[in-house]
Design a protein around this ligand. Structure first.
Ligand SMILES: [Fe+2]
Length: 254
């Protein structure tokens, strides 16, 4: 299993605080069936900076440590980029690191709104050949209140990543319900952990896939897992999975 969103690199953001924490997270990931994980430290979210070059160095160091400890987990470089007006300037300066050095960029919206410039920024990213993936849209209050905004973004080619803990119910019933409705409405392309530690923000990938399996069947699980593989390979992701409903039903629910 591949996890495309994690904060496993030690001492550089609000994820693993020490190398020992990172090793514990790696062990937990392996125990949870994860074989490859993309490290996605926060980029310029107001507290943490983490440019491309330093992340690649940290990933290299962590892989060496994991090999030394014989922990069968491969770490790939990535970044969780908080959206802002100058994002593409940073990209041109070589500061932005797409997931696994492909064309897929994990972007993070503020928690409580979708900035006005989001659509334009996404369009400009696409012109540069990048494919934005919105991290955990189910935790953005504006998107929860106005899911048509998410539908419009997806229609324009944006991909989305649900957090496994949301699907597993760790952030409460409402977020779980909204997450499942998003899957049903065909607005989800990837499931990832966004793990920060092994306690309060752990992996929960298997639990999430169990919920999805029960609710939607194994074909939908397959599409999400295959999409993570395709992403790492830099290939085109599936945008549809049989058995799910379309927009009409989604708005019927809301
Ligand atoms: Fe994250």
């Amino acid at each position: 299993m591949i996890d495309i969103h994690s904060h496993i690199l030690p001492s550089i953001d609000d994820g693993a605080q020490t190398l020992a924490d990172a090793i514990d997270m790696a062990k937990a990931a392996v125990a949870g069936g994860i074989t490859t994980i993309i490290a996605t430290p926060h980029h310029r979210n107001g507290t943490f900076e983490n440019d491309k070059r330093s992340i690649i160095e940290h990933v290299h160091a962590l892989n060496e440590t994991l090999q030394h400890h014989r922990i069968p987990l491969s770490v790939l470089p990535g970044q969780e980029v908080r959206i802002h007006g100058e994002l593409l300037d940073y990209y041109r300066d070589g500061d932005i690191l797409p997931l696994a050095e492909t064309k897929y960029v994990l972007i993070e919206l503020p928690n409580n709104h979708v900035p006005r410039y989001t659509e334009q920024l996404i369009f400009d990213m696409q012109l540069q050949g990048l494919i934005p993936i919105i991290a955990h849209p189910e935790r953005n209050s504006e998107l929860v209140e106005h899911p048509n905004k998410l539908y419009d973004l997806v229609k324009k080619g944006v991909l989305t990543q649900l957090t496994a803990a949301s699907v597993a119910g760790k952030f409460g019933k409402n977020i779980k319900k909204f997450s499942l409705q998003m899957i049903e409405a065909n607005l989800v392309h990837l499931i990832a952990s966004d793990a920060h530690n092994t306690t309060t923000r752990a992996f929960h990938m298997r639990e999430a896939y169990d919920v999805i399996q029960k609710q939607f069947g194994s074909q939908v699980v397959y599409v999400f897992q295959e999409n993570a593989e395709l992403l790492v390979a830099g290939e085109t992701l599936y945008k549809d999975a049989p058995g799910r409903m379309k927009k009409k039903k989604f708005f019927g629910i809301f």
